[in-house]
Design a binder for this molecule. Structure first.
Ligand code: 8YV
Length: 329
């Protein structure tokens, strides 16, 4: 009998997919930095038993209904807003993600982004490299303190908790808002639950880590920015669409808030001509929250283990839709 077919939507190092080759015929899109066109992905899905996908791949109902052999979509991300999970579940297709392994790395980057905006690190580095440093003055590139300030985390999951842990080292007061209370964060990190309005009003740094859902789309809108302090710094390391970018632009431009750090955008890749990118108090990154060599390697290994498990009728390690797995077994 032919081995099952696995399609991988980005070029990843061969040695990482080696364990799959014993159980499957593996084909990989050969471009490292370019997404597979949707039509081609649909074509591949028609024959595939498993897909290893990236956030930029749209796994919609149309693709899933034309994939009669498909058992698993293994997404290389903790988020899965690129996948129609409901349609997958209906068809008994398992969706897996990569939680936990990326929490530390993403929290590190998020705290770094916060620090870059507060202490004006990107501006200051440019100042030196562009040979503008001619003299010294007491308030030259003076930023804002981080220590002993109030951090408001919106979305207190694993990454939020890990970020809060870093913040305790800076003697920060930690507020959080979440769909449900996170007692672990309250007990271990002294994080205080509050309603969103209160968090927005009291925080010096507001960090968005909440997943993108119908409920969180444009959660950070004009009204939300109006409630923040004029000295507040807003950081987004979850999904661009959780923020109304026009409202954020207005808030930063008008001085309603002091600055922003963005690892994610509504449209990715974001264009260099995006108005937010023209502002000196906005630091923009190309969605690199989990991008360390160690973590990306672990994320890929986890996807490979999940695929191998499903193809050999075992339980995957990280399932998004347990109902689909129950249907299969
Ligand atoms: C992705 C992310 O892993 O995990 C997520 O949800 O946003 C990132 O860490 C990255 O964009 C690759 O898909």
């Amino acid at each position: 009998m032919d081995k099952p077919f696995v399609f991988i939507t980005r070029k990843i190092p061969n040695e990482l997919i080696e364990p799959l080759k014993a159980v499957a015929n593996v084909e990989m899109w050969d471009k490292e930095d370019e997404a597979v066109p949707h039509e081609l992905l649909c074509e591949k899905a028609k024959h595939a038993h498993a897909l290893l996908t990236m956030l930029s791949d749209l796994i919609d109902g149309e693709l899933l209904t034309q994939a009669p052999h498909l058992k698993l979509v293994a997404n290389l991300a903790v988020g899965f807003d690129n996948i129609d999970v409901e349609a997958a579940t209906e068809r008994g297709i398992i969706v897996s993600n990569t939680p936990d392994v990326l929490s530390d790395t993403t929290a590190d980057l998020t705290f770094g982004l916060l620090m870059s905006v507060a202490r004006r690190l990107v501006e200051a580095a440019g100042y030196v490299k562009e040979n503008q440093w001619k003299s010294w003055s007491p308030f030259l590139l003076a930023g804002r303190d981080i220590h002993h300030k109030t951090l408001g985390i919106v979305g207190m999951g694993k990454i939020g908790e890990t970020l809060a842990k870093r913040a305790t080292g800076f003697d920060m007061e930690i507020l959080y808002h979440n769909r449900s209370r996170n007692l672990q964060a309250e007990q271990k990190l002294d994080a205080v639950y509050c309603e969103l309005n209160e968090l927005l009003e009291r925080s010096d740094f507001i960090v968005c880590l909440t997943p993108l859902t119908d409920e969180t789309k444009h959660l950070f809108n004009a009204e939300a920015f109006e409630q923040m302090k004029t000295t507040a710094i807003f950081i987004n390391a979850s999904r661009g669409a959780v923020v109304d970018e026009q409202a954020l632009l207005h808030a930063v431009q008008s001085g309603e808030i002091a600055g922003a750090g963005l690892d994610v955008f509504d449209q990715e890749p974001v264009s260099a001509s995006h108005p937010l990118l023209q502002l000196p108090n906005v630091v923009a990154l190309p969605h690199i929250g989990s991008a360390s060599i160690e973590t990306r390697t672990e994320m890929i290994s986890l996807c490979v283990k999940n695929i191998k498990a499903v193809l050999t009728n075992e339980s995957p390690i990280t399932i998004v839709n347990k109902e689909a797995f129950a249907k299969k077994s």
